[in-house]
Write a protein of this length. Structure first.
Length: 376
């Protein structure tokens, strides 16, 4: 799909409804089939969709000084891709701990992990230059989370910024949209959705898919590791175009070290908030002739079902590569000729990596490599 065809994205094309596990705040989860998070996707399809959103914003704000804020986990790749296209400053929210910084804290009330943070010093730096903040989401339902951040920012930087919000999907009711209009916050999206029957649809699915427990034993397969320097951390303030170029340079170095991928079936797995570099590398592998899929680990515990219409059928419980005490998940794995795990996680604890490699081995994967993108 080209940029000019963006208007042909539809709710039926993008949206599947899944069931959250043990979440009383919102029983359902909207799964975007092309986003590259929960469902394996050809990366070109994800990046084309992100570029469509970028084109809308470029037409509106191409002459403004922009700071884009992408939401962890699910919108981090969207935000980075759009910031690169707009040559904007970029920072993502995070749930990880960064040493020696002060945060703005806010909550994402419907999420499994509600706490979100932004590095305060980085926003101080951006405030010296940016005129408008654009919040980038995969999907906006009420806009409450974004409004929580705007209130904090207005207290700290009164009258400093104009605000907009952009998303792939927008499920806001007219009431919520009018609240944004009244506050002077502009909204942009690719597809309008209606959530009226999402809870009912989610409740109708049996939770009878396959659930694989976490296995943290030493894997039978020991992955080959590539350490690639030049990493940038999008949890800190970065320049969108420079970030994209750094990701591309990382990809070129990986391609230099890899055997030929032409004609091979490949999987590229990102880790939690670290989605965009994995998707971009996966796309570069596509351009080298690989048959490539990509998705990422996630904190979200989603029920799985055998129903053919349900988006997720098999769940693998993992330990996080960033915190071995934290559960994460990966969905609907299968066998590939080669698998690349792309991460910026430190090597302080191999428990999370063991669990991920064991899950991949369970599906018949034997050729597994780890790409660690290091800041030095």
């Amino acid at each position: 799909m080209s940029i000019k065809d963006a208007q042909f994205y539809t709710e039926e094309q993008l949206v599947s409804v899944a069931k959250r596990e043990n979440n009383q705040k919102r029983a359902y989860l909207v799964v975007n089939r092309l986003q590259g998070k929960h469902v394996p996707v050809h990366p070109k399809e994800s990046l084309e969709m992100f570029d469509c959103l970028a084109e809308k914003l470029l037409q509106e704000y191409g002459k403004e000084k922009l700071l884009l804020i992408g939401f962890a986990e699910t919108a981090t790749a969207i935000g980075a891709a759009v910031a690169g296209r707009l040559s904007a400053l970029y920072i993502q929210t995070t749930r990880e701990q960064i040493k020696d910084v002060e945060y703005f804290y806010f909550t994402e009330q419907h999420s499994h992990a509600t706490e979100q943070k932004l590095v305060k010093g980085d926003l101080n730096q951006a405030a010296d230059w940016a005129e408008r903040i654009i919040f980038i989401e995969d999907e906006i339902t009420t806009g409450d989370t974004i409004w929580n951040i705007i209130r904090l920012l207005e207290q700290e930087y009164p009258g400093r910024f104009h605000y907009s919000a952009a998303s792939i999907l927008n499920g806001m009711t007219e009431e919520y949209e009018s609240l944004y209009r009244d506050r002077g916050i502009r909204l942009h999206w690719l597809v309008k959705t209606c959530h009226d029957d999402y809870s009912r649809r989610a409740a109708g699915y049996a939770e009878d898919g396959k659930y694989h427990p976490c296995d943290i034993s030493v894997p039978a397969v020991r992955p080959e590791e590539y350490r690639i320097p030049g990493g940038q951390n999008a949890r800190r303030l970065i320049k969108g175009r420079e970030y994209r170029e750094a990701c591309e340079q990382m990809g070129k170095e990986v391609l230099r070290q890899l055997p030929s991928v032409s004609g091979k079936k490949l999987l590229v797995v990102g880790t939690e908030e670290f989605m965009y570099p994995a998707l971009l590398l996966a796309h570069m592998l596509e351009e080298e002739g690989g048959q490539v899929w990509s998705h990422s680990t996630t904190r979200s515990p989603i029920a799985v079902s055998r129903d053919r219409e349900y988006p997720l059928h098999e769940r693998y419980e993992l330990r996080s590569l960033y915190d071995s005490q934290r559960k994460t998940f990966l969905y609907d794995l299968s066998a590939y000729e080669d698998v690349l795990i792309v991460t910026d996680a430190a090597e302080k604890d191999e428990t999370g990596l063991y669990s991920l490699v064991n899950a991949l081995c369970l599906c018949g994967n034997e050729n597994i490599r780890v790409v660690r993108w290091c800041e030095n």
